[in-house]
Design a protein around this ligand. Structure first.
Ligand SMILES: *[C@@H]1O[C@H](CO)[C@@H](O)[C@H](O)[C@H]1NC(C)=O
Ligand SMILES: *[C@@H]1O[C@H](CO)[C@@H](O)[C@H](O)[C@H]1NC(C)=O
Ligand SMILES: *[C@@H]1O[C@H](CO)[C@@H](O)[C@H](O)[C@H]1NC(C)=O
Ligand SMILES: *[C@@H]1O[C@H](CO)[C@@H](O)[C@H](O)[C@H]1NC(C)=O
Length: 254
């Protein structure tokens, strides 16, 4: 402990910046709620702080004094309150969380290269991993039981996320059972003709799985996922898979 401490003293600021660059903070949130992504400025003289938050290489929010920038998709939902920033608190407040908000956010302070220079540089302050859970969180397991030969409905509800064509996937353990994106759907072997998330229901945000003609081997834990694009602005093909519901199906013989 003492030696680490003295190394830090010797290396000074280098040690501090090494530590801060690696410290990734995890913040969980629920769809619709508000998340605060922590950030704290080091004391920096009297100049008005210039702060920027990014996700990947996209700017999300920026503030210099009263001037702000909010990216498309974050308008009206995101802020670093000016009075907090003046106190050195550069935490990002993100309201009305959606599944697509999940990701790694990085805060930067924009500072002048030297006291007299007009050139600026960007210094990383904090790195925060935001995860967003649907309203039925992973632990909330729903129990559904059915009789051999009868149908079962495994519940699932999408939060409004502004996607016209949701992409939904159901799995049992690690095996994909069903997938739907618009009119396109996939039914796994053994489930052909028996399994569906009706398209008209899905458009209303109802991603419940209908499983017909139950067999004893259908019993198990089913999980529903929504597949969303990583970034709102780019036509990125990077996607993220968000769990929606967890349903335990038991099947009774006749
Ligand atoms: C946030 O959610 C509330 C309640 O759901 C809604 O009234 C408000 O318009 C939303 N704000 C934004 C910016 O999405
Ligand atoms: C920093 O600001 C955030 C959001 O404005 C607030 O929730 C938090 O309590 C503040 N932290 C401190 C230490 O003041
Ligand atoms: C479901 O069961 C009924 C009656 O046993 C049968 O007629 C029907 O073909 C089955 N459907 C499927 C998709 O297996
Ligand atoms: C959701 O869809 C399932 C199957 O399509 C249906 O049985 C159920 O009533 C629907 N739920 C709601 C809330 O509409």
């Amino acid at each position: 402990m003492t030696s680490v401490f003295s190394i830090c003293i010797v290396l000074g600021t280098m040690c501090v910046s090494l530590l801060s660059a690696e410290a990734e903070i995890s913040v969980p949130g629920q769809v619709g709620s508000t998340a605060v992504l922590p950030c704290e400025l080091q004391p920096v003289g009297t100049e008005t702080p210039h702060i920027r938050w990014r996700i990947k290489s996209e700017d999300v929010f920026e503030r210099v004094g009263e001037d702000t920038y909010r990216a498309e998709g974050y308008k009206g939902r995101v802020d670093v309150p000016e009075e907090e920033l003046l106190k050195g608190n550069c935490s990002l407040v993100l309201q009305n969380l959606t599944l697509t908000d999940a990701g790694v956010y990085t805060s930067y302070q924009i500072v002048r290269r030297s006291k007299r220079s007009v050139k600026t540089k960007r210094e990383e302050i904090s790195r925060v991993k935001l995860s967003v859970q649907g309203l039925h969180c992973a632990e909330a397991e729903i129990f559904v039981s059915g009789q051999v030969g009868s149908p079962a409905v495994l519940p699932c509800e999408l939060q409004p996320v502004g996607t016209k064509t949701p992409y939904i996937r159901w799995r049992i353990e690690s095996e994909v059972v069903f997938e739907r994106l618009g009119e396109e759907s996939y039914q796994a072997e053994g489930y052909e003709g028996r399994v569906d998330v009706p398209e008209e229901e899905l458009r209303k945000g109802n991603c419940s799985l209908v499983l017909q003609n139950l067999t004893l081997t259908d019993a198990g834990v089913y999980t529903s996922y929504q597949i969303v694009r990583r970034s709102k602005r780019s036509a990125s093909v990077m996607t993220t898979t968000e769990e929606i519901s967890h349903v335990k199906l038991s099947v009774q013989g006749k």
